[in-house]
Design a protein around this ligand. Structure first.
Ligand code: NDP
Ligand code: 2IT
Length: 451
């Protein structure tokens, strides 16, 4: 980056910080993208003149609303709901819904911003959005979750639609929640249409969607390794999280001959030095989606495993690391520990799990590092294919969808290499993903003029 670029970048970021005070996650996400984009657009006057990055970093709209519901003890509860519609230059807004007590406007704005680049990278016609609520599904009965989802959709329905905005799942929103949300949309509008993805297979869902994010992250990692003549076979993997993304990433690591040593949740991590098997993973999936239990119960079930209360797994020696829980769950110090212990490749199943300082540690050490917007794009890619199937009113088989997912992840890897290849042969996947994702959205915006 030239000196004048640096000055421009800092001036740009000053404005972003001023306009989005206290929204630390959003500012972090914009900075991570802006540093690469400033360099890329240095000699591209049309992007400067049209203020493209400034416009992408200002959501088209942020809808915020009250969500009232009644708990099982007849208490009236009040939550806040949001939908952030970041950018629809290349297709309807698309992105998940997150239900977690930490959810706020900053987190949803960062996720919607990231989603805009990620969706562009998939090659499918999808804009970027994200939504959710500070509702905590943990410990709630099915009836409580149903009443919350119905109340949430009673407001959300007026802002979404199959050609307008198509939400899906994210943290705390899985098959159960999507079912309740879709049921309420259908009831209010009297329309059966593909307004959500991640639906059950009985009612318009797609094969391979539930596996897609985790499998895709491992395909991306396999592509990074293949680019350097290597593979996952025989390598040790450390994974955080134990939800949809983490368990499917673990499954695909096993399928490709790797060994999975850890999983985690917000209570701590489990370390299984013998490695996980498909049977053990099936047990975890049941624990998390049916019993809704805690990962520490793994150690009561499988001998040899240990639970590390309140800790994250990044101190366990491994060649492969897959953060699959949440944002900023891997910091500078933890990145250094991974590098010291011999990590070769990092693929992010979660969105922005590594802090900016942590990313720099990986890049300086020339670790293969696949950022979330590239590595975890498999989920939204298959969501895009679910939209296609709903529009065609037909379901494709899992073989076809599995191959499409693998192909899309390989193409995303290629796009990252195209824009991220450095003179010493190191691939800067952050830069590659940012530029490839930006270019398509930016060119569409240029075509529209000032709107
Ligand atoms: P799930 O709700 O299925 O699982 C989330 C997992 O992360 C749980 O193990 C949860 O533990 C843990 N977790 C959540 N918040 C925290 C926290 N603050 N600290 C520590 N652990 C935490 O969600 P997903 O697997 O769907 O999502 C995981 C990540 O992947 C998120 O970053 C999401 O944005 C991203 N992602 C998801 C996609 C999808 O298709 N689902 C697509 C692309 C990205 P606990 O139960 O204790 O909260
Ligand atoms: O972060 C993400 O890409 C998701 N939560 C999935 C979004 C989607 O629309 O499938």
């Amino acid at each position: 980056m030239s000196a004048s670029d640096h000055v421009n970048l800092e001036k740009f970021m000053e404005g972003v910080e001023k306009r989005n005070q206290g929204q630390t996650e959003f500012i972090q996400a914009v900075r991570e993208v802006a540093q690469d984009i400033f360099e890329f657009i240095e000699d591209k006057v049309e992007y400067h003149e049209a203020q493209i990055l400034r416009r992408i970093a200002e959501p088209d709209r942020v809808v915020s609303f009250r969500v009232c519901w009644e708990d099982d003890n007849h208490n009236i509860r009040v939550q806040r709901g949001w939908r952030v519609q970041n950018n629809n230059a290349i297709g309807p807004y698309k992105g998940g819904l997150r239900f977690h007590p930490s959810v706020n406007e900053s987190i949803l704005k960062f996720l919607a911003f990231e989603q805009t680049f990620k969706n562009s990278l998939t090659g499918l016609p999808m804009g970027g959005g994200k939504g959710g609520s500070n509702f905590n599904p943990r410990g709630k009965s099915d009836s409580e979750v149903m009443r919350f989802c119905q109340s949430f959709m009673t407001e959300l329905y007026r802002h979404v639609g199959p050609d307008t905005d198509v939400p899906a799942g994210d943290i705390g929103v899985g098959a159960r929640e999507i079912g309740y949300l879709f049921g309420q949309y259908k009831r209010i509008t009297n329309r059966w249409e593909g307004v959500l993805t991640g639906k059950g297979l009985e009612y318009g869902g797609s094969q391979v969607r539930s596996e897609a994010t985790g499998y895709g992250a491992v395909y991306f990692m396999a592509n990074m390794l293949k680019h350097k003549g290597d593979s996952i076979e025989g390598k040790n993997a450390v994974i955080s999280g134990s939800g949809n993304v983490a368990t499917h990433a673990a499954e695909m690591i096993l399928n490709q001959g790797g060994k999975v040593l850890t999983l985690s949740d917000s209570g701590g991590f489990i370390h299984d030095p013998d490695g996980m098997t498909q049977e053990k993973l099936n047990w975890v999936k049941h624990l998390k989606t049916v019993k809704r239990g805690r990962i520490q119960e793994y150690c009561d079930e499988f001998s040899g495993a240990t639970f590390h209360k309140g800790e994250r797994p990044w101190g366990v020696a491994c060649e492969l690391a897959l953060p699959c829980a949440t944002q900023n769950e891997l910091n500078e110090e933890e990145a250094r520990a991974l590098v010291k212990n011999g990590v070769m490749a990092v693929a992010e199943g979660a969105n922005m799990p590594t802090t900016l300082e942590g990313v720099h540690v990986f890049q300086e050490a020339k670790i293969m590092y696949g950022p979330g917007k590239a590595a975890n794009a498999g989920g939204v890619a298959v969501s895009g294919l679910e939209m296609s199937q709903n529009a065609e009113r037909i379901s494709w088989d899992s073989d076809r969808l599995g191959k499409l997912l693998e192909g899309i992840m390989a193409e995303i890897h290629e796009s990252c290499v195209t824009y991220g290849d450095q003179s010493d042969g190191y691939v800067d996947y952050v830069k590659g993903a940012n530029i490839a994702g930006f270019k398509k959205v930016a060119d569409a915006m240029l075509a529209y003029g000032v709107v």
